[in-house]
Design a protein around this ligand. Structure first.
Ligand code: ADP
Ligand code: ZN
Length: 700
């Protein structure tokens, strides 16, 4: 008997299905079509990966991202599931082997790009029995979606070639029109719609409005430093900004790369790969980056500008915290963004639709109520309880009677003939002595200097609220000048009271506080040790670290400290295949901490360093610390990179380092061990290559 629960446990190491997963799997196994809408990180893949194991023939998965297919297939292999991808990068030999495997039912899942699909269907693929058709990122077929891809229009041919196979369309984003359009364009039959909740309670949502550039830079650097070693994505509107911010981060000692559609495909792939493989932590990108990125430990997302719609925004922030651990998102915006966005779409056929979407986005950014609920209501979900994890919930505004302040501002706008923007208005109210004020004779306005007692930032904050409350309006089509509205007169006459929220300084959350939020308290030393081990295994296998284990799995191990196989198998993410491959090593690592004195508060690296300073050999250190020699080498390399006086040349000669340097140059400066190992024809072992890389990293 095919049991989805058993497959979930044995292959994926998870105990329970998330909402809808089970229903979707059963519906699909019964041979029917479906449209699955789940937020990014919601767990869509399992919905078709599990049925694929219940079918006799292959499951064909159309996915737009060639660069991602390999990692997806690697992740399936790591879980003991046979899968492959087909695209133009394969050699003829590999292709024919793959065709054989498909025909012989030796693989369960075949991933394919829409571009390769048409040709394949016309030639070999039509002869192969297919049990299930899956269209990933299905919104790409619709012009109403936000990422239309013409190649997707070809997919409906699949329906004609494989009329008996059920089809599953999967996406993280689709409003009602897009949904209907997807079903129609793909030719879904009697399909069932599965709409999962878009709630992602581990994401903290915050918005920062109108922050001056230098202040913003300072805030952001502080924010990232507070999260050292944690990955994040910095989204910008323009290519140029991605480059500038990346340079800015690097000059502040934060390792970063940029990514945008103007770069050569190979370069983009390299940058994306490096990010996935944790070679650097921050990526500054346009929204061209990240679709389908399956990196589970992205800990934060910052938007440098207002996104163009809520769908896109929610998908972008959804890339954080796929492992379910707490993650931060911050959206910075100012009113210029709105002008830019409107400018982008001014010639579009769908201008009105897009304009409406920008408005809804702005409405979200300016809101003073629970942000998660605004997003959820946008996706048609109504929840009355507040999330408790957005800036508005966490520090609700304190209100005061701002009627007089409002009158001062409105009066100034009126007397300046509604021809000033926010900054100039603030300057008038604060009695600033600038050239512009004098040239425009704004110092003669009656309320010039009437609001001196409030800072520039406070006034900006007040005026934003007046705009939100409909007392002032911004003319997006006219230099962002402020205009009076129907309500303004009543406020000026004193017929309408205005409540304003005081400006609060953003309080940076300390790392220790964040750590406490996660429900499990991991033993930091075990966790570090597990990460060192994972990094090594990932490099040897040439896969991203998360393919070996997600952070959440390692964290759970370090918290529960399993002492035997049974306890280890209880951990989420520990399937049979991974257990067989790594179970013993992990139990050994955990056991090695059992009798180590718990009082030792020093990090595992510091302890190794002390032994090193006492002059112990690597072998002696390994015995003393009950660790493998490789782990000790890993510690020494890290200590060296941290600038501690460790002499790595004891273990790898100058000559060997220069050989690695040469090899690395040929390989586009990769930091991966396996390609370098191959380039050197296997003449140098992984350990030496790793040490040489640490030395080279210090030379840059
Ligand atoms: P997406 O919907 O973005 O495609 P994925 O399918 O990549 O999401 O799943 C996101 C994460 O959630 C993955 O790390 C996956 O292993 C995990 N996951 C999926 N289903 C479950 C489950 N039932 N229990 C625990 N974790 C799960
Ligand atoms: Zn909230």
């Amino acid at each position: 008997m095919f049991s989805p629960e058993k497959i979930l446990q044995d292959y994926f190491g998870y105990k329970t299905f998330r909402p809808l997963q089970r229903e979707i799997i059963e519906h699909t196994l019964s041979g029917q079509d479906s449209l699955v809408i789940m937020p990014t990180g919601g767990g869509k893949s399992i919905c078709f990966q599990i049925p694929s194991l219940g079918f006799e023939h292959i499951t064909l998965v159309v996915s737009p991202l060639i660069s991602l297919m390999k990692d997806q297939v690697d992740a399936l292999h790591a879980n003991g599931i046979k899968a492959a991808f087909f695209n133009s990068s394969l050699s003829e030999f590999e292709k024919s082997q793959l065709m054989d495997d498909c025909a012989g039912n030796r693989i369960k899942l075949l991933y394919m790009s829409p571009e390769s699909l048409l040709h394949a269907v016309k030639t070999w693929l039509r002869k192969i029995p297919v049990s299930l058709l899956v269209v990933d990122e299905a919104h790409c077929v619709s012009m109403w979606g936000h990422d239309f891809r013409p190649e997707y229009q070809l997919i409906h041919h699949l329906r004609e070639v494989f009329p008996d196979a059920p089809m599953m369309a999967v996406t993280a984003t689709a409003d009602k029109i897009t949904r209907r359009d997807i079903a129609e364009k793909l030719g879904l039959r009697n399909y069932q719609l599965f709409l999962a909740s878009f709630q992602r309670s581990n994401l903290k949502l915050s918005v920062r409005s109108q922050v001056a550039k230098n202040k913003k830079e300072k805030e952001i650097v502080e924010f990232i430093r507070e999260r050292e070693g944690e990955s994040g994505i910095y989204y910008c509107l323009s290519r140029k900004e991605t480059e500038e911010w990346s340079a800015f981060f690097n000059s502040n000692g934060i390792s970063s790369r940029f990514y945008h559609a103007g770069m050569a495909a190979a370069e983009r792939e390299k940058v994306q790969d490096g990010f996935i493989r944790d070679e650097y932590t921050v990526i500054c990108a346009t929204i061209a980056f990240g679709m389908g990125i399956d990196k589970s430990n992205v800990r934060w997302i910052i938007h440098n500008n207002l996104p163009k719609n809520i769908e896109g925004y929610y998908q972008e922030i959804g890339r954080a915290g796929r492992d379910g651990l707490p993650s931060d998102t911050i959206l910075y915006y100012n009113y210029r963004d709105v002008v830019l966005l409107n400018d982008f779409i001014k010639d579009s056929e769908f201008k009105e639709v897009y304009q409406e979407k920008i408005k809804r986005m702005l409405h979200y950014a300016e809101a003073s109520t629970c942000r998660r609920n605004i997003v959820l209501s946008y996706f048609g979900e109504t929840i009355t309880e507040n999330c408790g994890n957005c800036d508005n919930c966490l520090s609700p505004p304190t209100l005061f009677d701002g009627s007089v302040l409002a009158q001062k501002a409105l009066s100034a706008v009126s007397r300046a003939h509604e021809a000033v923007g926010i900054n100039l208005l603030v300057n008038i109210l604060r009695g600033a002595d600038t050239l512009e004020i004098h040239e425009k004779k704004l110092n003669l306005v009656k309320t010039y200097g009437a609001g001196k007692e409030h800072s520039f930032a406070e006034w900006q904050h007040f005026i934003n609220q007046l705009i939100n409350q409909g007392v002032l309006e911004i003319a997006y089509d006219n230099h962002l000048h402020l205009k009076l509205t129907d309500l303004s007169g009543r406020v000026l006459k004193g017929d309408q009271k205005i409540n304003l929220a005081a400006l609060k300084e953003r309080v940076a959350e300390k790392k220790s506080e964040r750590k406490q939020k996660s429900s499990l308290t991991a033993d930091e030393q075990i966790l570090e040790e597990l990460k060192v081990w994972r990094k090594q295994i990932a490099a040897e296998n040439k896969v991203p670290a998360y393919v070996i284990f997600h952070d959440s799995t390692l964290t759970e191990i370090a918290a529960r400290k399993p002492q035997n196989s049974k306890e280890l198998l209880e951990v989420q993410g520990m399937g049979q295949t991974k257990f067989e491959r790594f179970g013993n090593t992990i139990l050994e690592i955990v056991a090695s901490f059992n009798d180590s004195p718990k009082k030792d508060k020093r990090s595992t690296f510091e302890q190794t360093f002390e032994l090193y300073q006492q002059g112990l050999t690597v072998e002696e250190m390994a015995v003393n610390r009950q660790m493998t020699e490789n782990t000790i080498y890993g510690h020494l390399a890290r200590l060296y990179e941290e600038g501690k006086p460790v002499n790595l040349h004891q273990f790898v000669s100058e000559f060997e380092v220069s050989k690695v340097k040469e090899a690395r140059k040929k390989l586009n400066h990769t930091n991966q061990l396996k390609p370098i190992f191959d380039e050197l024809n296997g003449e140098m072992d992984y350990r030496k290559i790793g040490l040489a890389l640490s030395i080279l990293a210090g030379q840059i």
